[in-house]
Structures are given as C-alpha cells and as structure tokens.
Ligand binder design. Sequence first.
Ligand code: ATP
Ligand code: MG
Length: 377
Amino acid sequence: MIEFTNVSKSYKDKLILRDINMTFSSGEFVAIIGSSGCGKTTLLKMINKLLPMDRGDIIIDGKSIREIPDIKLRREIGYVVQEGGLFPHFTVKENLEIVPQLEGMEPEKRERRINELLDMVNLDPKMYSNSYPCQLSGGQRQRVGVARAFATDSDLILMDEPFSALDPLTREELQDEIVKLQKEYEKTIVFVTHDMDEAIKCADKICFIQNGTVIQFDKTEEILRHPANDYVEKFVGKNRLWGNPKYIHASDIMCKEPYILSRDRTVIQALQVMRQNAINSILITEGKNREFQGIVWLEDLSKLDVQHMSASIGDMISSDYISVFEESSLQEIIDEIDYYKSGIIPVLNERRELRGVLTKSILLSTLSKRYKKEQEG
Ligand SMILES: Nc1ncnc2c1ncn2[C@@H]1O[C@H](COP(=O)(O)OP(=O)(O)OP(=O)(O)O)[C@@H](O)[C@H]1O
Ligand SMILES: [Mg+2]
C-alpha cells in the first residue's frame, strides 16, 4: 500500500504538485494521466526518491520512505521508463543481473532467474541473453525493461510511459502482457501514461492530475461514468463508455416497460396482446413486484388446438430462455447471446423480479453508438 499525505513539490518557486493525498492499495494497477508537464513523472520519481519531496510524506506498507535509505528503496522498487532504460553497454543478461547480483544471489540461481524472466516476457534466453540493447527492437528493449522491473522481486513497479515509443501492435501486445503479469504476480503497478485507452485497458483505477492536484482518483468505470470536470471529460471522451462493453450494464440500456402478462391470464388473451403489439413472445410475471415466471412464445401458442385457448398461460411457460441481471455487463450479455438464438432477454434483480428487457435491436443500437460517435469524430 502506498499512501501520499499532503505531498508537495516545487522546482525553484514554481509549484508543481500541491498537497497530494491518495492511497494506492496493494495489488492495484493505477494509471496516472494528465497533460504534458502536469507532474506525472515528478510524482513517480518521488516514490522511489529519485526526486525529493518538499513537504508531506509517502508511506509504503506502513513505512515512510524518508526512513528507507535511497539505494535500498530503489533496489526494492521496479522502475520502467520509455525504451526500457537499459544500460547500453551491458548485455541483456547483465542488465537483468544487476539487482540479483547486488542482493548476493548465487551465480547459478541468477542464471536460472534471468532465463525465467526472459521467458516471462516472451524473449528466448538463448537468442537474446548476450545481445546489447542496440541490437534489439524497441519492443524487445521494452520487454527487457519490464523483465528487469520484475527481477527486483518487489511488490511495487513504477512505469513511466513505458510503451509510448512503440508501434500500436507491439504496444497492445505489451499492454496485454503487463496486465497478465501483474495479476499473476500480484504486483502493485503505478503506470504513467498520456493515453486514455491504455489507462482504461490496463488500470483498475485512474488518477487524473491537473494544475498540480489530483482532480479525480477512482475506479475506471466511475471515471467513465462520472468525470469530475471538463478536463477529465475531455480526456475520457463522451463516447468512451459506449466503446467499452464491460462498463455498460443491462440496466443502462434495457427497455423498462416490456410487455408482460400475469400467469393467470389465458392463452387467447396472450395471443391477443401479441398480435396487437406485433411481438412474438411475452414475459410472464406474478404479483405487483413482477416476479419473473418465464416466457411464452407465439410459435408455441400457434400450435395449440381451439380447446386450449382458455387454458391458463401459466401452463404454457417455456423455460427455454436466458436471463441476465441488472448489473450484467454488455460484454457478458454479448457472450451469452452468441449461444442464444432468440431475440429477447429478461433483465432481473437478485430477487428474480423483472426489471426490464433487452432485445437484439437494443443491443445493436447500443453497439452502433460507438461507431456513430467515432465517425462524428
Ligand atoms: N529539474 C527540473 N527543474 C525545473 N523544472 C522541472 C524539472 N523537471 C521538471 N520540471 C517541470 O516540472 C513540471 C512537471 O514535469 P514532469 O516531468 O513531472 O511532467 P510530466 O507530467 O511527466 O510531463 P510529460 O507528460 O511531458 O512527461 C514541468 O512543467 C517541467 O517543466
Ligand atoms: Mg513525464
């Protein structure tokens, strides 16, 4: 856990960061975002004491960094910068070896560890151990940079725009990689970026810095739903939420007034409602809280003989449907609907009361919003 209490920093008489108060929990992936020159790098470098703070304190796992010797602190915290920040005159192996060597790890164990690290970032140790950074591509250098940060065995890794110099494909690949590694190794990652898409993709929480203060620090979804001010909103972009199916919930898009019928109504009444409204199914509920019973399909009713017309609709309920909860994400819904041919999905609350309905056309229009907005620019 990292706690910032009233952290301030100036260069000469120019105040860069003012009274920063926030807490990063262990195992969290936090993205720091803000326009160029707002103090992101400064904030990061104060954590590992590459820069001194003027006032306030940063406490890591209960201990003030003021009480931890600089070298020890830096050795314990992974740090990745653009282009990997490798020593150019050291081979890949030597670059990775520095910290384990300083910590007195046996040569044999060191060798094994380095091979593990290279495997971890998908670089073949046999091919690359003895290469120099200038012999690697930007993406490969970045991979070595990430591996080196993991070499410290620390729980905390700081990353300063690590992927910004990479082409989009390599960048996406490394983003996927780092998210996977972070979850697998349960690291706390503080990740500076300019790129909102990168932040949304990788981070659990996003911290916005503007004019020397933290304007908003919250879960990604909260930021997308409720940007704190125009500045954050501009970064987020109005349509970002719609472009991220995992942050859209059934309750955001469902139709709240579906056609329903009580289970004690008759087949003929159900047929009448369906014909009048040109629908091919109807949702059956019970009681004023609309306890959900199931769906009746026009197709099934159409097959019935005349003598069944006054039968209770309750006997005709089909359980051949899927339902979702109000909190289900569009992503989950889309995954479900792949296997589900029918066009109607009841949305229930935890008491299985009917809250609304989703149809294929609702889903389609929700998804198309993303493209419409993108075209509008
Ligand atoms: N050594 C220094 N001396 C004086 N001013 C500095 C120094 N380092 C940074 N600054 C200033 O402090 C401010 C914050 O710099 P910082 O590098 O933290 O910004 P940043 O948010 O990381 O920007 P970028 O997105 O461009 O990397 C900038 O206005 C910068 O000019
Ligand atoms: Mg910077």
